[in-house]
Write a protein that binds this ligand. Structure first.
Ligand SMILES: [Zn+2]
Ligand SMILES: [Zn+2]
Length: 267
């Protein structure tokens, strides 16, 4: 009981900031992209057939509430174990070299992406899929609310690496927090349903980063494009959809068309 009492303030603070910060960002993006500029951005949509209905949004909101609660509880467990000295998470930058503190950010990013890729593939195993990951895949046409719509077990499984990793590897807390923020925004980008990256993206050094089209194709075509932040593992193991770059270029060409002009021409 004492443990729960000690964790309660962190849980309530996490819930409040989760609802106000994450909730506000997701809702704002939804209303701006999916409502206010819907017509203007029509050619920026990745899936041309719109399948999102009120039932889908309701289910995603319900799942998101559980996801938020479970991830806040998980973070509180990490904080609690850290206060007892079990983890190597540190806040004083002078504890290790600056190079180690900031370089850690890239290490955490790579570990997070690697864990995600392998866990994601495991969750797609035919014997396991319908019990956990199916909940996320119920959404084929994704929208900002899909970004937090997971089965509760998946929420824990996807971030669980932080515990064993922080037991052995010294992690500079701000770097860890920054990866979490970046992860949240990147996940939102993956599910926005529209392609906002420029046409040159896949022809530049940034091509190693996934685009919204990359993850969107995972929802519409299912068995491929498993990585969420980087394309590295998909490339190495040949799990990237062969037509990914062609599809990306097709959307970029479509983006150049003006929907208002098209309406006039069609009249
Ligand atoms: Zn999946
Ligand atoms: Zn997804």
């Amino acid at each position: 009981m004492d443990v729960i009492k000690q964790m309660l303030p962190t849980i309530s603070q996490g819930l409040i900031s989760g609802i106000f910060v994450n909730g506000t960002i997701i809702t704002l993006v939804y209303f701006i992209v999916w409502k206010k500029y819907k017509t203007r951005l029509r050619n920026w949509r990745i899936q041309l057939k719109e399948r999102v209905d009120n039932e889908q949004i309701k289910r995603e909101l319900k799942n998101s509430a559980f996801t938020l609660f479970v991830s806040v509880c998980f973070s509180s467990v990490v904080f609690y174990l850290n206060s007892l000295g079990y983890t190597k998470i540190y806040t004083n930058i002078d504890e290790h070299s600056r190079f180690f503190a900031f370089g850690g950010f890239f290490v955490i990013m790579l570990v997070d992406d690697t864990w995600f890729y392998w866990m994601h593939r495991l969750l797609h195993h035919p014997k396991l899929f319908r019990f956990i990951h199916f909940e996320h895949h119920k959404s084929i046409d994704v929208n900002p609310f899909t970004s937090m719509s997971f089965h509760v077990l998946e929420t824990v499984l996807l971030t669980f690496w932080i515990l064993p990793f922080s037991f052995v590897f010294p992690l500079y807390a701000p770097s860890l927090i920054f990866v979490q923020i970046w992860g949240f925004l990147d996940n939102l980008k993956a599910h926005v349903g529209y392609e906002f990256y420029p046409s040159w993206w896949n022809k530049s050094v940034f091509r190693f980063f996934t685009t919204s089209t990359h993850h969107n194709m995972h929802h519409s075509k299912f068995n491929g494009n498993y990585g969420v932040h980087f394309r590295i593992w998909d490339k190495l193991l040949g799990t990237e959809f062969k037509d990914y770059e062609t599809e990306y270029d097709k959307i970029q060409l479509r983006k150049k068309l003006n929907p208002q002009l098209e309406e006039i021409t069609n009249q």
